[in-house]
Design a protein around this ligand. Sequence first.
Ligand SMILES: [Zn+2]
Ligand SMILES: [Zn+2]
Length: 343
Amino acid sequence: MRFRTAEGASHEGRDGSGHERFRVSIPFDEHGFFGRQCPSCMQIFRMHGEDYHHLPDDLQLTCPYCGHVSEHSEFMTEQQRDRVMQVARDAALQMVSDAFKGLSRRSTGSSRRGGVTVTFRSKPFYPRPLPGINEESLIRERRCETCGVRYAVFGEHRFCPVSGLLAPGDIAADALASEEAKLSALSAIPADQIPILREQGVFERINVDVLGRVVGAVEACASSVFRNHALNAEAALRGKGNVFQRLDDLAGLFRDAFGVELATVDGVRWPELVRLWAARHVHTHAGGLVDDRYLRAVPASRLAAGQRVVVTDADAHLAIQQARLLCDAITLVGGTQASVPSA
Ligand SMILES: [Zn+2]
Ligand SMILES: [Zn+2]
């Protein structure tokens, strides 16, 4: 039978197993992107339509947020599903209408037996226009360093939709950019609120938090690069605990495995990095109070044991800037250096 379809949909005929096949277009936004929704965590991301078109038909997609892997057709967004469902409903209505046409012809004369008369007049079917797509719009176009696919996300992510887990340099660059965005968002706080928040220590808490995340970003980056590229990496790490959190030990590992001297990388201010890392340590483990370990790491400190280490705005910014240089040098080892966006 012939189906009428709304604009944006077409009837492709019947397939081998007797199913009617329809093609439903998914319109791209003004940047050429369209939405995908993870069937597991339900979060939405967007992919570039042209890049997508060139991918294989049996493509498996990875959710950028949770890493769930599935057949690409599983990643339909709710709005895309609504469009598809309307095409299916339109087709079903026409099939029912077609069936009734036959029924009303066949049943003439017999329907009166039960005391009920069924009359059916078939009307031509005019499909309504398909619902448009109005999803969260693109904030930033990203291009995967590994496979080149363009995509966009709306939250912290770890995976490329096509090639999976991101390169360590990309993950670090993202984490550092997010810390920087956090610090600059503070400048949008109304001026009359600032003294109140400062009095409550909110800004310093944020600085400490930024510092902790920066240390974490460097640690994760160094750990994956080392594990991916050092010979006998696991043997070298055995019994060493959180070695990537300890700056001097981390530098020692990279010196031994790759012959690079992280402390003398251009622009790296190693004593400052050591001080910041030590500040992170006392804030995580000693309530921010100076201990012997801090004094050993920062012998030039004017603080005495028991005093409190204050993490300033300048410290938070310096940590991000220095971590970028460090991560660049670390990822260079694996030949996977990412272009780290700078402020
Ligand atoms: Zn997911
Ligand atoms: Zn990729």
